[in-house]
Design a protein around this ligand. Structure first.
Ligand SMILES: [Ca+2]
Ligand SMILES: [Ca+2]
Length: 539
């Protein structure tokens, strides 16, 4: 499309000699062909296929986080996009990360830090990315988990599956009467393999299921999106697919477990003394929620959990494959931007920590791949597909990048920056850091070489990734690194927005967010009693 658009009709008259006429006739027919193909690919602006995979860490082939990962379709997408190897989440929780991506507001500007705040009450005047695309003559639709569960936003979409008010498809569960935990004469337990413990997240479990892919909620979300890709569109689209696995529970069809024989599972790398150089607050984060690691070891389920996570990733990868097949079968392929992102990473026993909700690299590191076609107004040469980009970026950059690529009017007060320069040249100079926020007043800064963390009580960590990729050796108290530490600390916002309570109610198993140092100290004074803080501030 670019050559016809490049003709400047305001230039001095053409001289009608024979070669020019031939050239002109050629351009006219080219232009006519482009116009008809533009109509068929639904308008001048590129479409956006926006794929989110929940709780996916770097255990994928393109990022090499686990040597046994089986992700042929993530590899396939990496080969036709720029894959960012240092992309970090704005916050290590579903709701704050997704809200930051979808609204373009960083947690320290919005005040939305926690899963236990309804983002629509914290920033009621937000304009989500889908709403902004709609305002600019796009058709916006989606399926599955893009916003955090019930915190839906019908203004973001023209259409949604299963519905505008219920974004999550029905889940399928294994037959609990076949649980390995079933005792004689007992009713079926609520988990298949992981014995529940006090405060355990109820879905912390893994098991193969005797169902086909088509029974899975994610399969149905993909079906909806494939239907949208097959439809005739009279506008460009912003089309979102939220793939829920590998979010817990790790229940996926048997064939995905069969890819990972249990006795061959490699455990994540750990150092026995890893917690010794951490402050009290960091050790509390490692064991938050009832000390998952101790219980996993006690139940002898570490390898099984690794198997369940890898199986769930392989399933999510197969769903991505269906989306890519659908796009490839469509004439829209040549005019469609693809963005794939995971809301944050995950730990499976590194630092004796499980799940997300921490500021270490295994949690902060996310997956981000972007393909921009040559029809992108903001990047007429398209993305340099197949390249890895090792510059430090944030999921916060997705919103401004898409505005830029699609040529939509620039928005003020949007956090992050367009990644177009890196899509054009992944080796470009790029002197930026990524900031990740946990609750209020806890920050992590990542540069290409270092990670610096400062907790609510002032305790610190510093890791040098050139010598310590697993973040085992805390250098924060080594005088040699004093100036590095100060430089990284200077990126921490001096006046972050306060963490406000909303109508969300906390349950006894929830971990209340600390709004300030005073909250944390009060919690310490009351014997680290979550229930005390919940009753006092979150009922
Ligand atoms: Ca998540
Ligand atoms: Ca350590």
């Amino acid at each position: 499309m670019n050559p016809p658009l490049a003709i400047d009709y305001g230039l001095k008259p053409l001289r009608w000699n024979i070669p020019t006429l031939i050239l002109w006739a050629g351009l006219v027919s080219w232009s006519a062909a482009a116009t008809s193909s533009e109509t068929s690919v639904a308008g001048m602006r590129p479409n956006v296929l926006f794929i989110s995979i929940d709780d996916l860490n770097d255990w994928i082939e393109p990022l090499g986080g686990h040597p046994q990962a089986r992700t042929p379709n993530l590899t396939r997408l990496a080969e036709r996009s720029v894959c960012f190897t240092r992309a970090y989440c704005p916050s290590p929780g579903c709701n704050p990360s997704r809200t930051a991506v979808m609204t373009g507001h960083a947690p320290y500007h919005s005040g939305l830090y926690s899963n236990y705040q309804d983002w629509r009450e914290v920033i009621p005047n937000r304009k989500t990315i889908g709403a902004y695309f709609r305002e600019n003559n796009y058709y916006s639709a989606g399926a599955g988990k893009i916003f955090h569960y019930h915190m839906v936003d019908p203004n973001c979409w023209d259409d949604y599956w299963p519905s505008q008010q219920k974004n999550m498809p029905e889940e399928v569960f294994p037959d609990f009467s076949k649980s390995r935990l079933l005792g004689p004469g007992q009713p079926p337990p609520a988990t298949m393999n992981m014995p529940p413990f006090k405060h355990m997240y109820g879905m912390f479990d893994w098991a193969p299921m005797e169902v086909g892919d088509e029974a899975m909620g994610d399969y149905k979300s993909v079906d909806y999106v494939l239907g949208q890709l097959r439809r005739q569109h009279d506008k460009p689209f912003f089309l979102a697919c939220g793939i829920y696995r590998p979010h817990l529970p790790w229940y996926v069809p048997q064939k995905y477990f069969d890819l990972f024989p249990e006795d061959e599972m490699l455990l994540p790398k750990t150092l026995a003394s890893d917690l010794d150089d951490l402050g009290d607050r960091a050790r509390g984060i490692a064991t938050r929620g009832g000390d998952y690691h101790r219980h996993v070891i006690k139940a002898d389920q570490w390898k099984q959990a690794v198997q369940g996570y890898l199986a769930s990733i392989a399933f999510a990868d197969a769903m991505l494959g269906r989306l890519l097949d659908g796009l490839d079968a469509s004439p829209l392929r040549e005019n469609t931007i693809i963005v794939l992102w995971s809301d944050h990473g995950w730990q499976l026993g590194e630092k004796a920590h499980w799940r997300k909700f921490a500021l270490w690299d295994n949690v902060a590191r996310s997956v981000l791949m972007i393909h921009a076609p040559r029809t992108s107004p903001g990047l007429p040469s398209g993305s340099r597909d197949g390249d890895l980009c090792h510059r430090v970026v944030s999921l916060q950059d997705i919103y401004p990048t898409l505005i830029d690529l699609c040529g939509l009017p620039t928005r003020k007060n949007i956090d992050g920056r367009s990644l177009s320069p890196l899509l054009l040249n992944p080796q470009s100079r790029w002197n930026h850091v990524a900031l990740t926020t946990y609750d209020a007043d806890e920050f992590s800064i990542r540069s290409e070489r270092y990670r610096y963390i400062r907790y609510v009580d002032g305790s610190e960590e510093l890791y040098d990734h050139t010598t310590d990729p697993e973040e085992w050796h805390n250098l924060a108290h080594d005088p040699k690194f004093e100036s590095i530490k100060h430089e990284l600390a200077s990126y921490i916002p001096t006046n972050p927005a306060p963490l406000l309570r909303t109508s969300e109610k906390l349950q006894p198993h929830h971990i209340p967010p600390f709004r300030s140092l005073a909250d944390y100290q009060e919690w310490l004074q009351h014997g680290k009693d979550n229930q005390y803080i919940i009753d006092k501030y979150w009922r």
